[in-house]
Design a protein around this ligand. Structure first.
Ligand SMILES: Cc1cc2nc3c(=O)[nH]c(=O)nc-3n(C[C@H](O)[C@H](O)[C@H](O)COP(=O)(O)OP(=O)(O)OC[C@H]3O[C@@H](n4cnc5c(N)ncnc54)[C@H](O)[C@@H]3O)c2cc1C
Length: 501
């Protein structure tokens, strides 16, 4: 065990640096003492993993196998959302494609409930199997850039920082999320909303192809011409069809100096802020992405704000915004400056909320108007829980230029995404916070256009999942039937195959 801990700390440092240094091969990790124990089968019953089983697993891979008896177990099983406390029977960290294949084979032969962990950001804890096995891809990081063809080849365990750090200094970029330690694996199989999405589309719209390990052990290329059904499904259908070992992502020429925008107003202006946001949302250029709403900060101050970013000079941003902003009167605070995009992509990384339990409700709006602004403001202004937010985020632009059936994600006519998120440090505050988010969403949902972003979901029902995929649901079931007929990949927003018993 001592050796196991020692080698982990080396790996841990390397995973932090993975995108910069790449991952190097390591010798295998002999598991000196295995501890037989119970695990959860994918069908729900308990199974026994013997010492020999665990030794076999360790002997088949070069990365470490981490058991509940390990001193590092709690560190490795920790996820971004501290409200999630999952205890896997076994965690295996992988170095190479061969490792991931061996892990998959082990999981399948023992029929263990299996999760795939990349950045560990899934709010509901889908990246860690409670009682089952977790295949931790986080050491499997790295990005190669083909500058001539403007393509990034991204390993399936990479985080967004790996992608940005490999591309932006070269004068190219793609569109991904707004926090640099989010996993590419979960984000780029969800939709991938980010600061450049209005001008470049969702991340899934820029995935030109994937290499994917399907549950039957095949390592397939999926793109517009090869396995095109799989390519269609993996762009929005999450981990339902296999483990993506490599994403091929489109890059664009990019000037990294962008304008960051933020105006803060007293809470009495909430309805006007929503109205102004809706009005501007219809007219500003795609280079500008806006959002805002009501927020209570950590000190209990509730204000409303409006902000975003513009891929261009500050003077131009000012000219676009001024006519609308002037109508709102004097803000409490204004911050507008030109910043380096790579810096901006990390600005929310250390947010205090990252240490708090989190809960979300969200949905899409293809129509917004003054009445919606007033009704949402009525609920939002009751928001006094520290860290809570009731926000609308700008969509449309290039995101709306893709047909609803071109990828698994159908809600292409969305103008704004509504989110209400709550955060708490003391678990006794959880129920009241969740009630606020649930009550707010219950009031707002009837005004929405239906559907939600699956990556923000907390245990959606089958009916919710059908609503999320709308007209694409039946086609997703067909793809699932073909590539994962036993529903091995089930720790996700699950598309149930009709072939499974
Ligand atoms: C702080 C924070 C900021 C966020 N910001 C954004 C944002 O700006 N834009 C946005 O769109 N979303 C954002 N999200 C939501 C994010 O998209 C989801 O949480 C997503 O699930 C995170 O992916 P992950 O790899 O980090 O998660 P994990 O918890 O590791 O995995 C989540 C799911 O993805 C699957 N998965 C992971 N890797 C792979 C792979 N290689 N192949 C197949 N399936 C895989 C897993 O099976 C699991 O079901 C944010 C989340 C957080 C916590």
């Amino acid at each position: 065990m001592t050796r196991l801990h020692h080698t982990y700390s080396r790996l841990s440092r390397r995973s932090l640096l993975g995108g910069v240094l790449g991952v190097t091969a390591v010798a295998s990790y002999p598991l000196r003492q295995a501890h037989a124990g119970e695990a959860l089968a994918s069908t729900g019953e308990k199974i026994l993993l013997t010492d020999n089983d665990l030794m076999d697993l360790q002997n088949s891979i070069s990365g470490p196998v981490i058991l509940p008896t390990s001193l590092i177990y709690d560190e490795v099983r920790r996820l971004w959302n501290p409200a999630v406390d999952h205890h896997p029977a076994v965690i295996a960290q992988w170095q190479s494609l061969e490792d991931i294949q061996a892990a998959l084979q082990f999981a399948r032969s023992h029929n263990i409930l299996t999760a795939i962990r990349c950045g560990g950001h899934n709010y509901h804890g889908l990246g860690m199997a409670d009682g089952g096995m977790t295949i931790d891809l986080s050491p499997f990081r790295g990005v190669e850039v083909d500058e001539a063809n403007k393509v990034a080849y991204v390993k399936g365990g990479s985080i967004l920082r790996n992608l940005d750090e490999a591309t932006i200094p070269l004068g190219v970029a793609t569109t991904a999320g707004v926090v640099s330690h989010t996993g590419v694996g979960g984000l780029a199989t969800g939709i991938g909303q980010g600061r450049l999405a209005r001008s470049l589309g969702y991340t899934i719209d820029n995935v030109r192809g994937v290499k994917i390990l399907t549950p039957d052990g095949r390592h397939l290329r999926a793109d517009a011409t090869q396995n095109s059904d799989l390519y269609w499904g993996v762009r929005g259908g999450g981990s339902n069809f296999g483990i993506v070992t490599e994403f091929e992502i489109q890059l664009y020429d990019f000037d990294p100096t962008v304008t960051s925008i933020s105006y803060t107003y007293p809470i009495s202006k909430a309805a006007d802020v929503y109205k102004t946001l809706f009005e501007m949302g219809e007219v500003v250029p795609n280079a500008m992405s806006l959002g805002g709403g009501v927020r209570t900060n950590a000190n209990g101050e509730t204000t409303c704000s409006l902000g975003g970013n513009y891929a261009g000079p500050m003077a131009d941003a000012q000219k676009i915004l001024d006519p609308y902003i002037k109508k709102l009167g004097d803000p409490l605070r204004t911050r507008m400056n030109e910043v380096d995009y790579l810096w901006l992509q990390g600005i929310a990384d250390g947010d205090l909320l990252a240490k708090s339990a989190t809960y979300y409700q969200s949905g899409f709006f293809n129509h917004v108007d003054e009445k919606i602004a007033e009704e949402v403001a009525d609920y939002a202004t009751q928001n006094t829980f520290p860290g809570s937010q009731v926000q609308f985020g700008h969509q449309a632009g290039k995101m709306a230029k893709v047909a609803p059936d071109a990828t698994a994600f159908p809600h292409r006519d969305t103008k704004f995404q509504f989110t209400t998120d709550v955060h708490w440090a003391d678990r006794r505050d959880g129920p009241a916070n969740k009630k606020f988010a649930n009550d707010t969403w219950a009031a707002v949902k009837p005004m929405s256009s239906g559907g939600f972003y699956v990556n923000l979901a907390f245990g959606p029902s089958e009916a919710d999942i059908r609503e999320a995929y709308a007209g694409n649901y039946d086609r997703l079931v067909e793809v699932k039937n073909k590539y994962d007929p036993d529903n091995f990949m089930r720790l996700n927003v699950n598309i149930k195959p009709t072939t499974a018993g």
